[in-house]
Design a protein around this ligand. Structure first.
Ligand code: SF4
Length: 280
């Protein structure tokens, strides 16, 4: 027996997730920023972190966007095999983004063609990623992605012989190359393994993980901690003005890969690492 979920309900859910994700920073990100503020010795860096805290508090109180770049809407949808949607699921998601960005007065940042650059006017299309799983639920996560940080992300096909050192060097290089451009303090999502495209997808998915949660395997959890420490020794600091708070966390996802390859992707997000999830 399939469980019915209406396309209208999908649209309504995506709409309010777009608005809420843009206005209310997740609690774990607030906690990381607050901790960084308390631990930051450099006065200028402390002042910037204080402004960042003040900014998300005003966004909370007034239900206004945390940043003027309200992002491209990345939508992660996990669909239970025992669910039937009474309509076009993909179109229902685009319609939710259309309504959310219009009714929420969120900046429309999407162009219809990468070269003719004409704005679509409603922030569609969304970037939608589906996963089919057992069960009768639908889980939707909306993650508005700003391009100040997206533009600083990189993918590289390392050689297997580059090994662990190659992985560490590449992560540090991407953060150093990015410098002040992605509005640090940043969140660093890393995907290791798979194929060229799978590594990039894992890096983006890694940004959805709570900054409270380390990788379940001790080796990778340790690597996350080590890379966070090394990144924070680079001295880039909040907004690039120096200090020890360059990153708030490093989240790594990994999966099997081919004997001849070692793909790696680093997807950078800014201190406005926004996402909001609802289960239907
Ligand atoms: S990188 Fe983040 S904080 Fe900077 S402009 Fe883009 S969304 Fe805003």
């Amino acid at each position: 027996m399939l469980r019915e979920i209406s396309a209208q309900r999908i649209t309504e859910t995506v709409k309010h997730l777009c608005i809420e994700a843009n206005c209310f920073l997740p609690q774990d990100m607030k906690d990381r920023i607050q901790e960084s503020f308390e631990a930051e010795p450099w006065p200028q860096a402390r002042e910037i972190l204080e402004r960042i805290i003040e900014n998300y508090q005003i966004a909370d109180e007034t239900a206004r966007p945390i940043c003027q770049d309200t992002g491209m809407a990345c939508v992660f949808v996990t669909v239970g095999q025992e669910v039937h949607i009474d309509g076009d699921l993909t179109e229902a998601i685009h319609e939710g983004v259309r309504q959310g960005y219009t009714e929420g007065f969120l900046r429309k940042s999407v162009v219809r063609d990468p070269l003719d650059r004409v704005n679509t006017g409603d922030n569609t299309p969304a970037m939608i990623y589906y996963d089919i799983v057992p069960g009768d639920k639908v889980e939707i996560t909306v993650a508005p992605k700003g391009f100040g940080s997206e533009n600083m992300s990189q993918v590289k096909m390392l050689k297997p012989s580059d090994g662990l050192q190659g992985v560490k060097d590449f992560i540090l290089k991407v953060v150093e190359d990015a410098g002040p451009n992605p509005c640090p303090p940043i969140v660093v999502g890393v995907g290791v393994g798979g194929t060229f495209d799978k590594a990039a997808f894992m890096a983006k998915k890694a940004l959805m993980r709570s900054s409270d949660a380390r990788h379940p395997e001790p080796f990778w959890a340790q690597l996350e901690a080590e890379m966070l420490e090394k990144i924070n020794q680079l001295g880039i600091g909040p907004q690039g003005f120096g200090g020890k708070t360059t990153a708030l966390c490093v989240n790594i996802e990994k999966c099997p890969t081919h004997i001849a390859g070692l793909p790696i992707a680093v997807n950078i997000n800014c201190h406005v690492t926004r996402h909001k999830t609802e289960v239907l």
